[in-house]
Each structure stands twice: as structure tokens, then as C-alpha cells.
Design a protein around this ligand. Sequence first.
Ligand SMILES: NC(=O)C1=CN([C@@H]2O[C@H](COP(=O)(O)OP(=O)(O)OC[C@H]3O[C@@H](n4cnc5c(N)ncnc54)[C@H](O)[C@@H]3O)[C@@H](O)[C@H]2O)C=CC1
Ligand SMILES: O=C(O)C(=O)COP(=O)(O)O
Length: 383
Amino acid sequence: MYKIKLMNKISKVGTDLFGQQYQIGEDIENEDGILVRSASLHDYQFPSTLLAIARAGAGVNNIPIDQCSEQGIVVFNTPGANANAVKELVLCALFLSSRQIVEGIDWVKTLKGQEGVGKLVEKGKSQFVGPEIDGKKLGIIGLGAIGVHVANAAIKLGMEVYGYDPYISVDAAWGMSKWVKNAQNMDTIFSECDYITLHAPSTPETKAMINQESIAKMKDGVRIINFARADLVDSQAVLEGIQKGKIKKYITDFATEDIIDQKDVIVMPHLGASTPESEDNCAIMAVKEMQDYLENGNITHSVNLPSVHEPRTTKYRICLIHKNVPNMLAQFATLFANKHINIENMVNKAKGEYAYTMIDTQDVVDCEELKNLDHVIQVRVIE
Ligand SMILES: NC(=O)C1=CN([C@@H]2O[C@H](COP(=O)(O)OP(=O)(O)OC[C@H]3O[C@@H](n4cnc5c(N)ncnc54)[C@H](O)[C@@H]3O)[C@@H](O)[C@H]2O)C=CC1
Ligand SMILES: O=C(O)C(=O)COP(=O)(O)O
């Protein structure tokens, strides 16, 4: 029986995929796995039983990844599973940033009870004029699953799109319209674009990438959209930019106390991935990743360990998480050889400081001896 703790509401279409051998719930203790969306795990005390965390979504800044790696906990996310939902809301934000729709709607409500509403509307509507996006320049920072979706859609809407991503993946590049211009640096985005949208993860490198200095380089009347994470933007610098007339609008999916009621700021309650389609997609992907790891040791879409996938052909599979240092495989092989246990299949891959080895055998081995080897973090035998 595997125990799965739910830290957020996770779509039932996903959790239903767990079979009879799983106990799932919010009050589970000593869990083997955690399913989470945006709930913060930074102050959560991980039980020693915990093997894996699956984030049903993209951003993993709510999870202490380094601590997980040190404790041998595999962290998964669900790349691309909510990208379309976010793209659609970013397009909505693009229009909201241009056409003064929210302001106009709020104004119409103030006319309640007045005579001749129709006439009042026609007389007053000119205060809500806003430009079309067709032919304007859009700068996208971060060309991953969401950034590429946004880029391709914006091209279809007639925009001139500039993209910046120093770490773009081959898959993302293949999926992107050839009409997207490759910005070699962020300054090109800042100086050229009428609209700027952020789609990079929250990392020490991206923290406050929109700040006083970068705003100063932007065009007058720039519109900034942030559906990535709050900390990519220095909100005080944005409010200052709005006050000076440098920034026309700031639209974000992340509410912070200082911006929620400010003029020319539109704040949504983190709705980017909140569609039934994306909630289902993320939950299904997260559950499948978790199941395959718990039952077979296979790793797909982990942010802290390498992708490893091998079909099961033997009675036992020994899964080892260890430091990515020399001589580990030789030590494992020697230990098995000394016990006259034949290794039928062995796979080893590394990701950064950590590595993962799966060894398939027909005989069981003593985990304690493996655990006692230097640099071994976790040993698990799956039958
Ligand atoms: N508002 C919402 O509900 C949602 C927000 N997000 C946020 O959006 C982010 C992106 O999501 P995805 O596109 O699915 O992730 P992704 O991993 O597919 O793409 C992120 C891209 O950012 C790039 N990147 C990393 N550092 C960068 C830097 N310093 N400058 C420019 N680009 C950089 C990466 O190379 C990668 O191509 C997530 O990390 C999350 O924080 C994601 C989903 C929903
Ligand atoms: O996937 C992400 O990074 C998101 O921000 C979506 O968060 P959520 O799952 O809607 O709490």
C-alpha cells in the first residue's frame, strides 16, 4: 500500500488513476508521495518515508528542491500540461492592457440608476480608447512551453514578436514560429517592445529582472504582463513607472498587498492554470509520474534527478540515489559480484550533483550494505 498526501485540490481524473494499492488524502501521515499545486512546502517537515513529490503544474519555487535532493526525494513537475490555459489568459491580459476594458466596465457600473445610460455611454466612452495590438511589438522573456505558445499566437494576431531565452530547449525552438525574432539580450526587448510578457521561472537569476534600471530602458507607454511569478518584478519600481507615465499598464496573475488596488494595475488571483482542461492534464501527468516512480523506479520529468526509464524484466529492481561522483558504479558492481548476484540490467544517469542508478536482478540484495557506501543517499528495492 502506497500513501499519497494531497497538499492541494488535485483533479479527480488524475487521482482516480491510482489503483487499489494506494491510500490518498489530505490527512495522510508518513506518506510515500505528495501531490501539490501551489501550496508552499518550504516549512513542511518531510517524513522519512517520503520518496517523491509531484507538482501538478510548472513552477517549483514552492518546493525546497535542494533539501529534497539531499534527502533523496524525487521532485516532478508536469511540463507543458497547463501551457495552453496560461497562453489564453495572457492573450486576455494583452487585450486588457490595451483597450481599457476593465476600466470601462467599472465605469459603466457607476451609471446605474442614471437617466439615458445609452447616451451617457456614447458621450463618455472616449476616455477608454486604447490601441490595437496588430502590428505592435511584443517581447517575450522565457521561451518554454508557455512562452512559445504565446509567441505563436501573437504572430497569428499580427504582432511583431521578439523572444529572449538564453537556455531555450531544442524542442521549444522546433515548436516556435520562424517569424519570432531572436533577441540576443534583454535590452533589445526593453528598448524595442510595446508590450513585454514574462514567462521565465522564479530563480535567483530572474528575481526582480523588471526593476528601475530595466524600466528606464523601456519605451514610454510600455505595457508589462507578468504571469510568471511575483518576484520577477520589483513592484515598487513598476508603481513608480506608472506614476511617471513610463508604464501604461501592469497586468499580473500574482496579488501582493502593495499592488492590488493601484491605478493602471490589473491583478488576477493566480488564474493562469485554472481551467478544467489544464487541471485534468496536470493531475493525470503528475499521477502517472508518481506511480511509475513508486512502482517501477522510472523517472520522467523530474527537476532534480535525471530521466531514467527501463522496462521491468527481472524480479527485483534496486534503485539508488547518490552523489554524482566517480567510482559509484564500480562499488555497486563489486558488492553485487561479492554476493554472487548477477546484474541483468543496469542504468545510471546524472543530473548536476546527483545521480540515479537502477539495477535489475533476480535475487535480492542487502540494502544496508549499499546504504553504508559513501555518497549513497537512498536505496530502495522494488519487487
Ligand atoms: N500564472 C500561472 O498560473 C502559471 C505560471 N507559470 C509560471 O511560468 C513559468 C514558465 O512556465 P513554462 O513555460 O511552463 O516553463 P518552461 O520550463 O517550459 O519554460 C521556462 C523557460 O524559461 C527559460 N528561462 C530560464 N531562465 C531564464 C532567464 N534568466 N531568462 C530568460 N529565460 C529563461 C527557460 O530556458 C525555459 O525555456 C513557470 O516557471 C511558472 O513560474 C506556469 C504555469 C502557470
Ligand atoms: O504551474 C504553475 O507554475 C502555476 O503557477 C499554476 O499554479 P496552480 O497549479 O494553479 O496553483
